[in-house]
Design a protein around this ligand. Structure first.
Ligand SMILES: [Zn+2]
Length: 308
C-alpha cells in the first residue's frame, strides 16, 4: 500500500465518520436535513458509489433499542425501487409504506401517521416511478380482477386528470403524466384524510414532498410540495374508513392549477436549493390536483375472524 493510498484511505474513513446518522436517537433532524440526506444518498446510488452505511452489527444493536427513522416514504411495491437501496440508507433510517401504485388508502395513511406522528419523522416522501405497472394498467384500461379493482380505484382519478391535462398526448406521454399526477393524488389523499398530517405540516414539523424514481437511471426527480397544498391544509377532516371528503379538500382538488401553484410557492419559502432547483426544472404548475372521491375501504369481508 502506497503512502498516498494510505492517506486516501484515512481521509475516506474520516469522511465516513463525519457523515451524520440522521436516524440516531440523539437528534431530530429537520426536513431540510432529511431531504439533503436522501438526495446525497440517491446521488451515490445512481453513480454506483453506495456507502451502505448503518447496515452493520452495531446498527442492528442500536436499532433494537428503538427506531428513529428520519423519513417516511410511501412508494410502490415494485421490486426495482427499495427505498433503503435507492437512497443508500441503513437500518432504522427509512419508515416505509409500500403498495402497488403508491396509493394512499386507509391502511397506508394510518401507517404514514405512525411514521410522522408517533416516530416523528420530519419528512414524508411519496415516491412514484417510471414504468409503474399499476399506473400503466389503469392508463391502458387493462382488465383487473380479484382485489385489484379496489386498489386501482385510487389511481383512476390521476389518470383521468392526466388525460384531461394532456389532450394530445400519446400513450407513453400519458403514462408519464399519470405517474406524476398519481404522486400528487396520493399526497392529496393523505392531506384530505389525515388531520394529523395537516396539523404537523401546518405547525412546521413535517414536510410532504412528491418525487419520481427513474428505473433506468436510478435517479430520483423531486417534484416538490403539492401545488394545492395551501388549500388542502384547510381541508375538513374526513376519515377514509367512512368516506366523505371535506368540501374544502374537494374544492382544492378540483380548483385552479397554475394559480394555486403560485400560491403554494409563495407560502413555501423554506424550500432547499435542491428543491428550488427541482421545481425550476419541473415546474409544479402543470400538476393540477386530480379530482378524486374519498378513499373508502373496499376490501372483501373476511369469511372468518381476524387472521392477525
Ligand atoms: Zn409501480
Amino acid at each position: 500500500m502506497t503512502k498516498r493510498y494510505t492517506l486516501r484511505c484515512w481521509l475516506a474513513l474520516a469522511g465516513l465518520a463525519m457523515l451524520p446518522a440522521l436516524g440516531g436517537a440523539a437528534e431530530t433532524p429537520s426536513a431540510d436535513q432529511a431531504l439533503k440526506e436522501l438526495q446525497k444518498g440517491n446521488a451515490r446510488f445512481a453513480r454506483g458509489k453506495m456507502l451502505q452505511l448503518r447496515r452493520d452489527q452495531a446498527r442492528l444493536e442500536e436499532t433494537a433499542k428503538g427506531q428513529h427513522p428520519f423519513v417516511t416514504v410511501l412508494t410502490c411495491s415494485d421490486s426495482r425501487l427499495p427505498p433503503e437501496i435507492v437512497f443508500d440508507q441503513g437500518l432504522g433510517d427509512v419508515f416505509t409504506v409500500r403498495v402497488a401504485g403508491n396509493v394512499a388508502d386507509v391502511d397506508e395513511i394510518g401507517t404514514i401517521e405512525y411514521g410522522v406522528g408517533h416516530l416523528h419523522a420530519p419528512l414524508c416522501v411519496v415516491l412514484g416511478h417510471t414504468g409503474c405497472g399499476a399506473v400503466t394498467a389503469v392508463a391502458k384500461g387493462a382488465e383487473v380482477h380479484g382485489n385489484i379493482p379496489a386498489l386501482v380505484d385510487n389511481i383512476a382519478p390521476a389518470v383521468e386528470n392526466a388525460r384531461r391535462q394532456n389532450p394530445g398526448a400519446d400513450e407513453e406521454q400519458l403514462i408519464a403524466a399519470a405517474i406524476e399526477a398519481n404522486v400528487f393524488q396520493s399526497i392529496a389523499d393523505i392531506f384530505t384524510h389525515s388531520e394529523e398530517v395537516r396539523d404537523l405540516v401546518t405547525a412546521g414539523k413535517l414536510r410532504v414532498l412528491g418525487a419520481v424514481y427513474d428505473i433506468k437511471t436510478g435517479r430520483v426527480r423531486w417534484l416538490g410540495v403539492h401545488p394545492g397544498q395551501a388549500a388542502l391544509l384547510t381541508s375538513i377532516s374526513a376519515s377514509p374508513a367512512h368516506g366523505g371528503a371535506g368540501a374544502a379538500a374537494t374544492q382544492a382538488e378540483t380548483g385552479h392549477g397554475a394559480a394555486k401553484t403560485e400560491e403554494a410557492k409563495h407560502e413555501e419559502p423554506a424550500a432547499t436549493p435542491e428543491e428550488a432547483e427541482a421545481k425550476h426544472e419541473e415546474p409544479a404548475a402543470e400538476h393540477e390536483a386530480p379530482v378524486k372521491k374519498a378513499p373508502a375501504k373496499k376490501k372483501a369481508e373476511p369469511s372468518h375472524g381476524s387472521g392477525h
